[in-house]
Design a protein around this ligand. Sequence first.
Ligand code: ADP
Ligand code: ASP
Ligand code: MG
Length: 411
Amino acid sequence: MSLIVQKYGGTSVGTIERIQAVAEKVAASHGSGDQLVVAVSAMSGETNRLIGLANAIDEQPNLREMDVLVSTGEQVTIALLCMALQKLGIEARSYTGGQVRILTDNSHGKARIREIDGHRIEADLNAGCVVVVAGFQGSDEDGNITTLGRGGSDTTAVALAAALKADECQIYTDVDGVYTTDPRVVPQARRLEKITFEEMLEMASQGSKILQIRSVEFAGKYNVPLRVMSSFEEGPGTLITLEDDDQMEKPVVSGIAFNRDEAKLTIRGIPDQPGVAYKVLGAISAANIEIDVIVQNVAKDNSATITFTVHRNELVRAETLLKEIAADLGAQEVDSDSQIAKVSIVGVGMRSHAGVAAQMFEALSKEGINIQLITTSEIKITVVIEERYLELAVRALHSGFGLEGEGTEEV
Ligand code: ADP
Ligand code: ASP
Ligand code: MG
């Protein structure tokens, strides 16, 4: 008998009919003898609707109350799914994160899971029940409701799978696997039969919202076999594997990720002295603003320019702070640009190939796309470009690296 954790995302449980269809799927797995724990998201659009209600009262609502509010979305789904399962004659019990005892830290809105108590779930499983758990939520030491950040139900599922030592964690969504890039942007994108944790982590951290980053980190750390598949159609999906055995055969680039979540800030004319980067970026970090890409240049007159990116939501705060820092350092000017996008090519094959960056820049230059910033890691090259060229850039790179194809990758 296998223990499987399944997760169904928002569109998979978006209507009563969809919830009934999920119940049928769960019932089929249960019928084949597997023990099942099911984590679910809120019905599609619900989390955004709740955030909208809060913002109608306050643009920056209290974070504890925000978690009390947004966690209700998942509570609705667990109850409805259990009812649908019971209607099919399956014994099922729902639990909120706090009821399971998914213990998190107290960072409301971006809490991290510390520990999961599997006792209640195991007792139910042993009694032949399907256990349905609300994704995206937990509770802190004092019993306050917390949430794990947008897309957090993925992390609930993988963390449950790790805690319960499940045989597989299956993430059911509205696409039938992980593609070479977002199929909504490039219709020729191809489903990958498998992808390494390392690559998936880069894809997720560079903007592919198919899996929340934390869920991939968890799966890698606790060695949870993870599969992304469709709740709408049958198929093998994409397996996220520890290491690829046939790395030499791998294409240089496995996938392309992108995001429009960031904005760029530049401070010019600062004296080029030891400690200035710290003064500028240290102050931004101290204000709890996350910095992503950083580039520094020094001109002939020994004045330095530092450019960096932050989340768009933090732009106003970061710019105000940067202007204060500029006045302090006697810098010439500060400017900002929120109309940027970040595009990354990802692949473990890059380790053993030279000239990948040049190939990327060539593909972009052929389309007349100007590169503003560049950053690299061992298995990734990222460029920041003007936002209006984003889709063009993704398509050019997708075809430039020969990623499109019909059907799925041969393995
Ligand atoms: P869920 O509600 O099931 O969690 P999400 O909307 O969070 O679903 O994630 C699925 C979506 O991720 C897809 O509809 C697709 O548009 C997008 N996506 C982005 N990058 C990729 C990729 N590389 N492969 C597949 N889907 C991707
Ligand atoms: N409902 C939450 C969100 O929309 C969590 C999730 O769907 O994973 O972000
Ligand atoms: Mg999601």
